[in-house]
Design a protein around this ligand. Structure first.
Ligand code: TXA
Ligand code: MG
Length: 334
C-alpha cells in the first residue's frame, strides 16, 4: 500500500509529485484495485464503477450486505449525464450543489456501463460530484465513474482521516490519497425525485432547508419510512449503523458510572468529574463544527474502553438533522 500526503506535497509546492500520486491512484483503479480517496464528507473506498470484479472487492473488504448499493462519483456533469437521466429538479440541484455533499438518485441510463453490482440491481443510480480537487482529478484521469462507499467496515464509524482508513482497511487498498481531515465530516445528503415528489433518502452535508429553497418544495420522507432493514429504499439507512464498540446514550444530561461524555455547547452535565473521558463536538454550539468533529470524537471516546458514550442533546435543525441521524443509528439496538 502506498500513501501520498497531498497536503504536505501542496505546501511544499510539489505539483509534479501530486500529479504522480494521481497517476498511481488512477493506474490502480484501472487495474481493478481499490484506492482510498479523500472527499469533503468522509474518506471513500473506491473502485472503477464499470468493473464488476473490482466493485465486488469493495463489498468484500467492507463486509457490506450486497443489497446495499453504492454511490458513483463523477468529475463533471457530462459524465453524470452519460450514466443517469436527470429530470428538471435533479438538474437544478446538481447545478446548485455540485461539486459538494449532495448525492442524487436518478434513473440509470440504459446505455450506462456502470456495473449492476453498484446499483445492487436497482434501475436507479446514485451520483455525486465531490468537492475535493485531488479526487476530481483522479476521476477525470480514470475517465469513468468511481464507486465509493465510506472506507470503513460495514456498520462501523465512517472515516474522516487517512489514519482511520489505514487502521480499518489499510491491507485492502493499493493507494491512499491523504488530504487531511474531511471538512464536512458527515456523508452527503441523498435526494431522489420520485415521479415529481422530492424525497430525502439520507440527511447529510447539505442541510434540508438549502435544498428545499432551491426546488421550492418540501422534501418528503422516503416511501415506507427510512429504516426498513429488509429492502431499504436508501439501503444504507439500516437501523443500526455508525456503531462504536461502546453503547451510545442520547440526549444525556448526567454522567452514569463507566460512561464517557460527548458534549455539545458550553453546558457540562451533572457528574462530569466521574466521566471516563470527555470531548466536545463544539463548545460554542456550532452545528457545522460539530459535524466535522463527530466521527473523529466517537472513535476517540470508543478507544477509551468506556462502556457507554453519553451524548449531550443536539438540536435537529440545519446540520443537526444529519448529526442526530448518525447518532440515533449509532445508539440503535444491534
Ligand atoms: O458522502 C458520501 O456520500 C460518502 C463519500 C465517500 O462520497 N459515501 C457514502 O457512501 O456515504 P455509502 O455507500 O456509505 O452510502 C451510500 C448510500 C447508501 O445509503 C445507499 O443505500 C444509498 O447511498 N444508495 C446508493 N444507491 C442508491 C439507489 N440507487 N437508490 C437509493 N439509495 C441508494
Ligand atoms: Mg457508510
Amino acid at each position: 500500500m502506498k500513501s501520498f500526503d497531498l497536503r504536505a506535497l501542496a505546501n511544499e509546492g510539489r505539483q509534479k509529485a501530486i500529479e504522480g500520486a494521481i497517476v498511481a491512484a488512477s493506474g490502480a483503479l484501472r487495474r481493478g484495485e481499490l484506492v482510498a480517496i479523500p472527499t469533503e464528507t468522509v474518506y471513500g473506498l473506491a473502485a472503477d464503477a464499470t468493473n464488476a470484479a473490482a466493485v465486488a472487492g469493495i463489498y468484500a473488504a467492507k463486509g457490506r450486505p450486497s443489497f446495499n448499493p453504492l454511490i458513483a462519483h463523477v468529475s463533471n456533469r457530462a459524465m453524470a449525464d452519460a450514466h443517469g437521466i436527470f429530470d428538471e429538479m435533479s438538474a437544478k440541484l446538481a447545478d446548485a450543489f455540485w461539486p459538494g455533499p449532495l448525492t442524487l438518485v436518478v434513473p440509470k441510463r440504459p446505455t450506462s456501463d456502470v456495473a449492476d453490482l453498484v446499483t445492487a440491481g436497482l434501475d436507479t443510480l446514485a451520483l455525486r460530484m465531490p468537492k475535493t480537487q485531488a479526487t476530481l482529478d483522479l476521476i477525470r484521469a480514470v475517465g469513468r465513474p468511481i464507486a465509493a462507499p465510506s472506507a470503513n467496515k460495514s456498520g462501523g464509524i465512517s472515516p474522516t482521516s487517512a489514519a482511520d482508513v489505514i487502521a480499518e482497511l489499510g491491507d485492502t487498498v493499493s493507494v491512499i490519497l491523504d488530504n487531511g481531515p474531511s471538512t464536512v465530516g458527515v456523508e452527503s445528503t441523498i435526494v431522489m425525485i420520485d415521479g415529481d415528489v422530492p424525497r430525502l433518502l439520507r440527511p447529510g452535508g447539505v442541510p434540508r432547508g438549502q435544498i428545499e429553497a432551491v426546488i421550492g418544495r418540501p422534501l418528503l420522507a422516503p416511501e415506507g419510512g427510512d429504516t426498513n432493514d429488509k429492502a431499504p429504499l436508501a439501503p444504507g439507512m439500516l437501523t443500526s449503523h455508525y456503531a462504536p464498540n461502546a453503547l451510545v446514550r442520547l440526549d444525556a444530561t448526567e454522567i452514569r458510572p463507566g460512561e464517557a461524555w460527548l458534549g455539545f455547547g458550553p453546558t457540562a452535565p451533572a457528574g462530569i468529574e466521574q466521566a471516563i473521558a470527555a470531548a466536545n463536538l463544539s463548545p460554542s454550539g456550532n452545528l457545522i463544527e460539530a459535524a466535522a468533529n463527530l466521527f473523529r470524537l466517537l472513535r476517540m471516546l470508543d478507544r477509551t474502553g468506556a462502556t457507554t458514550i453519553a451524548v449531550a442533546p443536539i438540536p435537529g435543525d440545519d446540520m443537526g438533522e444529519a448529526i442526530r441521524d448518525r447518532l440515533i443509528r449509532a445508539a440503535a439496538p444491534r
